[in-house]
Design a binder for this molecule. Structure first.
Ligand code: FAD
Length: 586
């Protein structure tokens, strides 16, 4: 399963073709019906990259074309309401992200209209719809942003095959990221760098650092005859089958390129703030004015903002100030984390799974649907954890450290549930949900990959990072002792006195009654006792790490089954001893 050097160089050359390919003359001859003479105009296929500024695919499509067809295909599977899903939304995405996407499409359509064009919205399976467009409109050029997500990697192979067999020129530039992940992998001898520092060293400075970006147009070519392919305007949520009452608690973050550029300008207008930005410092409980930029929904999921433009803006600020922070903690360093995860994900087969993923530790996680559902629905009984999960459900965005806390709680901290299950919940609900970054961070937080050891501050020795667990009580309290964040997202606790807000089960009944919140009735009791649960998790992680070490990374199903049995037996023995203790006292 290694990413061999040979495969990488093939990918590099494919990539080169994707960026600059013009179909060979022989492929034109494959299909005599669609000869060059009958083809004209170009089609820009928007997927991510929902922006006009710094969009090389749009730039190429518009150059020298008499007609340009700007297309977006609505995949009903991804966008139409699915009432059987655990939260309002489609079978794949929460309604917040769908709304964000529709707003982004509306904004793009309105920008294109100002330039003499418009967005042509079609519905259906994206590949099939695209083939029909290419056939019907007889365009000579197909342009779309290169995408490293497995879904697009598979789709794009089919699209390119079809295009080349029908004589359509394909232009697919790398513009979602600062670097081409394949280039970095090739520079590293065919394997993705697995540490941030080695990534920085290998990647160097991105070529976009100094290139001039096309930020606007005076006009765009008109589109030609669209035939009867069922073109529509950008639909509303209601048209996609969502009810009004599913839209009560919206994310405050609006989608679209205009909003992205406005937000960027505002975020970086305070040069001192940018220069001193340091993560992980920053308050995860700040929600009225978040401690970070909240650019991720614009950068990641839909490409409303160009990461290259963001990078250049930051560079310009750094030139203007005397001193600034550096990667990994600086704001520019955050953009490079994004690149790091994209590169690792692209070069690692089965990156989104534990099994068959060579960089992921094999850990015998528990299966417990009731516990998973309680975590997902913000009903763990730990207000800090529940408030974060409610922010995810309602807003689709939370601060990075808040994500740390809930991911740690679900996996190695308290519940010992598989990181893939937490990943799925995030993937559905986040408005910035991103395949590479989400999987990478879940592996990280569950101590399954990337980050296992740290220097002990006390003993000058290395210790495993799984021993460092976020407390669901004291971590949030450090930032927000009054519990404003909890009161906002969990109004049931709004009148709980501050000394009990992080542990309401410790409040005397008279206090609970006065606060209109009886624990166990109005708000759940803690689903586990953190001290014992986290101790148990550490023990399991220790055993799993020992097994991975012993097997030199080749842990199989049977090994995991054996370990699971042993852990269950140990747990059983432990609880027998625990149960005996009070009896002995008597
Ligand atoms: P800022 O701190 O303002 O950073 C600016 C930009 O840098 C961000 O917009 C983002 O593009 C990038 N960035 C920042 N932190 C990271 C990081 N750790 N990894 C990669 N890029 C980063 N981020 C996503 O975009 N999509 C996800 O699906 C996602 N899932 C996550 C899951 C878990 C379990 C955790 C712990 C983190 C996850 N993150 C994810 C990373 C991070 O939390 C968000 O990118 C960040 O909080 C976004 O807020 P911001 O735009 O204000 O970030």
């Amino acid at each position: 399963a290694n990413f061999s050097k040979k495969k990488t160089s093939e990918e590099i050359s494919n990539n080169f073709m994707q960026r600059f390919s013009v179909c060979s003359p022989s492929s034109y001859r494959l299909n005599p019906i669609t000869s060059m003479a009958t083809r004209s105009g170009s089609l820009i296929w928007f997927r991510k990259g929902l922006r006009v500024h710094d969009n090389p695919a749009l730039e190429f499509a518009s150059k020298g074309s008499e007609f340009m067809y700007p297309v977006f295909v609505i995949d009903p599977h991804y966008m139409e309401s699915d009432p059987s899903a655990f939260s309002p939304g489609s079978s794949r995405a929460g309604v917040n992200r769908i709304r964000f996407l529709l707003e982004s499409l509306k904004d793009l359509d309105s920008s294109l209209k100002k330039l003499g064009s418009r967005l042509l919205v079609l519905k259906g399976e994206p590949g099939e719809v695209l083939f029909r467009c290419l056939q019907e409109w007889k365009v000579k050029r197909l342009c779309f942003e290169y995408d490293t997500d497995p879904y697009y990697q598979a789709l794009d192979v089919k699209v390119k095959d079809y295009a080349s067999s029908t004589g359509v020129e394909v232009f697919s530039p790398v513009s979602h990221t600062l670097f081409n992940p394949a280039d970095v992998i090739e520079k590293n001898g065919g394997k993705p760098p697995l540490s941030y520092q080695s990534f920085l060293k290998i990647a160097g400075e991105p070529s976009c650092a100094k290139s001039e970006l096309v930020m606007s147009y005076s006009s765009l070519p008109p589109f030609g005859d669209v035939g009867n392919l069922g073109i529509s305007e950008v639909p509303s949520l209601e048209e996609l089958g969502y009810r009004d009452d599913e839209q009560a608690d919206w994310t405050p973050f609006r989608g679209g390129e205009s909003e992205a550029l406005k937000r960027l300008t505002k975020s970086i207008s305070d040069k001192a703030w940018v220069a001193n930005f340091e993560k992980p410092k920053g308050d995860p409980s700040a929600f009225l004015k978040p401690a970070t930029t909240v650019m991720s929904p614009y950068l990641k999921k839909f490409g409303c903002l160009s990461s290259r433009y963001f990078y250049q803006c930051l560079q310009n600020i750094y030139k203007d100030v005397k001193k600034h922070t550096s990667p990994p903690v600086s704001l520019l360093g955050q953009l490079l984390w994004r690149e790091f995860f994209y590169t690792t994900a692209f070069g690692t087969p089965n990156f989104d799974k534990m099994k068959g993923n060579r960089i992921c530790k094999q850990i015998p996680w528990n299966e417990d649907h009731a516990m998973l559902a309680a975590w997902r629905d913000g009903k763990t009984g730990y207000p800090w954890i529940d408030a974060i999960m409610v922010q995810l459900l309602k807003w689709g965005w939370m601060h990075h450290l808040a994500r740390h806390c809930v991911a740690c709680f679900l996996t190695r901290g308290d519940l010992f549930i598989h990181w893939e299950q937490g990943r799925d919940v995030f993937e559905r609900l986040l408005i910035d949900s991103d395949w590479a970054i989400n999987n990478g961070n879940w592996m990280w937080l569950s101590c399954s990959s990337f980050f296992y050891q740290a220097q002990s501050p006390f003993f000058f020795s290395l210790y495993f990072i799984y021993n460092r667990i976020y407390s669901p009580i004291s971590f949030g309290k450090k930032y927000d002792p009054d519990g404003k964040y909890i009161r906002h997202f969990l109004p049931v606790l709004k009148d709980m006195p501050k000394q009990y807000i992080y542990e309401p089960w410790t409040a005397p009944m008279s206090v609970q009654t006065k606060a209109n919140c009886i624990v166990g009735k109005d708000y759940p009791k803690p689903m586990v006792l953190h001290d014992s649960a986290s101790k148990e998790c550490k023990r399991k992680m220790g055993e799993a790490y020992a097994l991975n070490k012993k097997m030199d990374g080749k842990v199989d199903e049977e090994n995991l089954r054996d370990l699971r049995r042993k852990l269950e037996k140990d747990e059983h023995e432990e609880s027998k001893i625990r149960n005996q203790r009070p009896k002995l006292k008597l």
